[in-house]
Design a protein around this ligand. Structure first.
Ligand code: AGP
Length: 612
């Protein structure tokens, strides 16, 4: 996610901005910029790449300004270039804005603004806001911001300054975090997250969605976007240290990222699905409707957790888009005889966008004439540059080596792609698409509601099995890949050997392993293969196996069979993989944390495997 820092007060603003952005760097970024008031004019400096590039520029400039804004950009719309770096300005360069979030309707807003004569200098969604505010300026910046954001759909945390009102910063929060700080006698601060404020103050206000704050050197006036009347927001004392603050108070980035999934899934879905009509819009796919209709076969190519996402997508694509799908581990894909041609669609799936095996696979596919649409979480990476189109997951930067929110966002993006291909090829009705899409849209709220309870339900299982040496995960159908994913999560962060298996394969070998030492976790939602899974796990119970069942709330059958039961709400069975991944992530985290493992940086592992 992007990082915002703003200050107005008695101190020089540039050092405060640079230091604040450094403390937000953990959020992930690929360019940076700042703007400050300088003798009645706004002066802007931006740089692609690392923050040090911007800091070096500023070392040469001895700016004496006491008011300004800074930003580290995590690219979502437009590559990570200097021109796309924030702040962005109006046509006259008299106002500047920094933004964290996604403007869903920026295409239409940009089109209309250009028709009205506005000149754009970037590819970003953010710049539309600068021109909308410009259009509404009539002597009061806050009023202009209020009018401008009325036209915007999406999520935005904003910092805005205007040369004509040199004594104030405007801050807005709408579905993207923003926190204010105050230091008596020094001034007021704004930032995306607490770490940027800690060197100066621990007195903060967490703005609420829909709040607009006007910060001056000695005052802070908070109102609502919908009503200029003052609202009270209490100043709070924060006792976190910087490390705790970077993780939002969580012990590890992985746990923070597990709990970020509701918002990340929503961010990946929003703006791409129309709830009333069920229509999915994926202009970034890089394929024409004719090319989509001509696709005869899809090849999903990935590694690790991304490969598990591909395995789930096979079920969806074949069921709803009626296209034959091959799924390959990228390191295998490269070494078998590939029967690809111009009617093949190859979909590399990669969180990092730099995985060597996945890159090699897509390059090989390219030589055979295949079309390539990537699923990726990092804008501007090699996978995205070499694909015909990229459907980005808006998970935000994933710091923990073990992939969690990127995985559920990959599933979200793949589900959207399934609906889209089905619509274009006429294999899914509008009602089916509307119904399935709305189930997807309800998922973030379900995840938000269930996760705290799930974390508590996991605790006794962690305590009981913390020292086991082997774990077996079972799943069937669309949940079989989730059994694989649960096993991967556990083994890579706790170092306990764990295997994921198709439940129906139990009697073809693994049942020989069943004993009191090896817990067996099975995914048993009430779906089309429920009875089969229950008969499989009965075989485990009959041999005194240690059973953990993850299944549907209210299914009393589970407790009859299992030593531990984790229950989840019932949703459309096709979407269970996203829901059922969560308790497995929490179980792996709980056991690894209890074992004192380095959860965020497990031994021998890298976040991006850029070598073969
Ligand atoms: C997942 O938890 C692992 N860190 C690993 O399997 C990862 O999914 C794999 O290396 C693929 O990475 P990518 O998605 O960045 O290509």
């Amino acid at each position: 996610m992007c990082g915002i820092v703003g200050y107005i007060g008695s101190r020089r603003v540039v050092p405060i901005i640079i230091e604040g952005l450094k403390r937000l760097a953990y959020r992930g970024y690929d360019s940076a910029g700042l703007v400050y008031l300088d003798n009645g004019h706004l002066t802007k400096h931006r740089a692609a790449g690392k923050l040090s590039n911007l800091a070096e520029i500023m070392e040469e400039i001895n700016a004496d300004s006491r008011m300004g804004l800074g930003h580290t950009r995590w690219a979502t719309h437009g590559s990570p270039t200097e021109d796309n770096a924030h702040p962005h300005s109006d046509c006259k360069g008299e106002l500047a804005i920094v933004h964290n979030g996604i403007i869903e309707n920026y295409h239409s807003l940009r089109r209309d603004l250009i028709k009205r004569g506005h000149i754009f200098t970037s590819e970003t969604d953010t710049e539309v806001l600068a021109h909308l505010i410009e259009e509404n300026l009539a002597g009061d910046l806050a009023a202009a911001v209020r009018l401008a954001v009325k036209q915007v759909e999406g999520s935005f945390a904003l910092g805005v300054i205007w040369a004509a009102q040199p004594d104030q910063l405007v801050a807005v929060r709408h579905q993207s975090p923003l926190v204010l700080g105050v230091k008596e006698g020094s001034g007021h601060f704004m930032a995306s997250d607490i770490p940027a404020l800690l060197p100066y103050t621990n007195r903060v206000i967490f703005l609420e969605d829909g709040d607009l704050a006007v910060l001056q050197r000695d005052s802070c006036h908070i109102s609502r976007l919908t009503d200029a009347g003052a609202v009270e927001r209490p100043w709070q004392e924060i006792s976190w240290n910087t490390s705790m603050a970077e993780k939002g108070g969580y012990r590890h980035f992985m746990l923070k990222e597990i709990f970020e999934q509701p918002q990340a899934v929503l961010n990946t879905f929003r703006g791409r699905f129309e709830p009333e009509t069920g229509t999915v819009d994926l202009p970034e796919i890089g394929l024409s409707s004719a090319e989509i209709k001509a696709v005869k076969r899809i090849s999903l190519v990935a590694c690790g957790t991304s490969w598990h996402a591909a395995l789930v997508a096979k079920y969806w694509l074949e069921k709803w888009a009626a296209i034959p799908v091959d799924v390959d581990i990228a390191s295998e894909f490269r070494y078998r005889r590939l029967l690809l041609d111009e009617n093949s669609l190859v979909i590399p799936i990669s969180q990092s966008g730099e995985t060597a095996d996945t890159l090699a696979g897509m390059r090989l596919a390219r030589t055979m004439g295949a079309k390539i649409t990537a699923i990726c979480n990092v804008v501007g990476t090699t996978v995205t540059r070499e694909a015909d189109g990229t459907i980005y997951t808006h998970a935000g930067p994933e710091i923990g080596v073990a992939s969690t929110k990127a995985f559920t966002c990959q599933l979200t993006a793949l589900f959207l792609l399934t609906l889209y291909l089905g619509q274009v090829r006429g294999t899914i009705s509008q009602e089916e698409s509307r119904s399935l899409g709305n189930v997807m849209l309800e998922l973030p709220a379900i995840l938000e509601a269930e996760m705290p309870r799930l974390q508590r339900d996991i605790e006794p299982i962690v305590a009981k099995f913390i020292n086991c040496r082997d774990f077996l995960y079972l799943g069937r159908g669309v949940n079989f890949p989730i059994a694989l994913e649960g096993a991967l999560k556990l083994k890579e962060i706790s170092y306990i050997h764990a295997e994921g298996y198709a439940a129906g394969e139990l009697k073809h070998g693994p049942i020989a392993l069943i004993d009191q030492e090896m817990p067996v976790l099975a995914l048993a939602p009430r779906d089309g293969v429920y009875a089969k899974v229950i008969s499989n796990v009965e075989e485990v119970k009959a041999r005194n196996g240690r059973l953990i069942l993850v299944g549907s709330t209210g299914d009393d059958n589970l407790a009859r069979i299992a030593e531990h039961v984790i229950q989840l709400p019932e949703i459309h069975e096709d979407l269970n993989p996203i829901l059922y991944a969560i308790p497995l992530q929490l179980l792996a985290y709980g056991i690894a944390n209890a074992r004192g493992c380095d959860v965020d940086q497990p031994r021998n592992l890298a976040k991006s495997v850029t070598v073969e």
